[in-house]
Design a protein around this ligand. Sequence first.
Ligand SMILES: C[S@@+](CC[C@H](N)C(=O)[O-])C[C@H]1O[C@@H](n2cnc3c(N)ncnc32)[C@H](O)[C@@H]1O
Length: 210
Amino acid sequence: MSHTDPKGRPHPLGFWEERYAETPYAYGKEPNDFVREVADRLPKGRVLCLGEGQGRNAVFLAQRGFDVTAMDQSPMGLARAEALAAERGVKITTIAADLAEFMIEPLAFAAIVSVFVHLPQALRREVHQRVMGGLAEGGAYVLEQYGPEQSRYKSGGPEDPDRRPGLDILMEELFRLEFEIAREVVRDVTEGVYHTGLGSTVQILARRQS
Ligand SMILES: C[S@@+](CC[C@H](N)C(=O)[O-])C[C@H]1O[C@@H](n2cnc3c(N)ncnc32)[C@H](O)[C@@H]1O
């Protein structure tokens, strides 16, 4: 399923509201594979999950003892996130906001997480500036999204290549961070009903030193 309409524009909020009202959870209740892999490398403290949808990563991290805030433009997604948190016996904070206007508190977060949030190039650059400013010293940024090679696969993601940048572009945008993982992988992306099958993704774990 594409992340854009037939003219290549991002899906409007109504698209996500409808998707997130469906049963079952669109991307599953279990965390993203890369988030699960790196969770032990994140310093304890406050975590901000961007474009967090129905909260699978936020709830997983809350279960691991992090103090998690999940933001997304979709109130329906966040209502499902809160329901999942209640089901798992943890608390998360949710904020409904558009990333175009969402300011990240400076030096506040032990980790910031962005999973399959395919923003237009100009907004992504801006958000990455805010991410670099929002990390506390030693704080980590975790990103996974579909990469340039995803056009060969059918497991999801936007058709617009500007929304599927390669590592070179992402590393340039995140120039203030030190990269512990920066790789492009082809992997089985079976995460809910909308991301299923082989896919080509970029994965980043990067840290703010000072
Ligand atoms: C493919 S879903 C991924 C959801 C979640 N990160 C996950 O891995 O399950 C992309 C999410 O990005 C959110 N998103 C896209 N553009 C956004 C924006 N400008 N502001 C806030 N959220 C946005 C959508 O609402 C949607 O929940």
